[in-house]
Ligand binder design. Structure first.
Ligand code: C5P
Length: 220
């Protein structure tokens, strides 16, 4: 495992939280900072990969990466589906909204009109779709933010979404996950023992994720 072990490999990673419009000025958002996704991108670049970041945030672009800016789950869906066609490794590190307003109001909803009722509809599960359409040899990686039954819930997502790796983090623990610079995760693969990464910088978590991706590609 070292600097050139992803030479010639194309990796796409999604990063940040989606924003779903309520009207022309308001959105439903989440607390994802995009830092873990960008750390995966930076580590993959350092290991020789060509990297695309499908991003909802404006963090500094790691030198050499191509950034595809998106805002909504629908935009991220389209961008990830397009990218999956020509990328060998697909990582969904973004926090995608599970629900969005069924329709966004045109203009700004006025306070004087009273409290609005916002009807929600589910968003497409981007990662599950990528799993259904996975090409031979492609490596598909998901993240799972859990507050309880971490291993059981993440294992079920690993299977249902046909992933090669899921990075599970206990977002209920201190200093972990959203908006922090550190993370503590468990790496789960089909038919392999879980690997725990204790509280570490997001770049160190990214290194462990990339190490595992390299191992998955080698053991095929
Ligand atoms: O099922 P859950 O949302 O917990 O799964 C998390 C994983 O699925 C993450 O990798 C996330 O990026 C992805 N996801 C997705 N589309 C959604 C919801 C989650 O791709 N609508």
């Amino acid at each position: 495992l070292g600097p050139n072990d992803l030479d010639g490999v194309r990796l796409v990673v999604s990063a940040g939280g989606t924003r779903e419009p309520i009207d022309s000025v308001r959105v439903i958002a989440n607390r994802s900072s995009g830092k873990q996704g960008y750390a995966v991108a930076a580590e993959a670049l350092a290991r020789g990969a060509s990297v695309t970041i499908v991003s909802t945030v404006s963090l500094p672009t790691p030198p050499g990466a191509v950034v595809v800016p998106v805002e909504t789950a629908a935009e991220m869906h389209a961008a990830m589906n397009a990218a999956a066609d020509d990328h060998d490794v697909v990582v969904m590190a973004a926090a995608v909204a599970d629900f969005r307003p069924a329709s966004a109001a045109t203009g700004k909803i006025k306070k004087r009109d009273g409290v609005p009722e916002i009807v929600l509809e589910p968003t497409p599960d981007i990662l599950a779709g990528l799993g259904e359409n996975k090409r031979a040899g492609q490596v598909l990686v998901g993240f799972a933010a859990e507050t309880d039954d971490l291993i059981a819930n993440a294992t079920s997502k690993l299977e249902k979404k046909r992933l090669d790796l899921i990075v599970a983090n206990d977002v209920g623990a201190p200093e972990v996950g959203f908006a922090h610079d550190t993370n503590a995760v468990t790496l789960l693969r089909p038919d392999a023992k879980p690997v725990e990464i204790d509280l570490a910088a997001k770049r160190d978590v990214a290194r462990a994720v990339i190490d595992t991706i390299v191992d998955i590609r080698r053991t095929r």
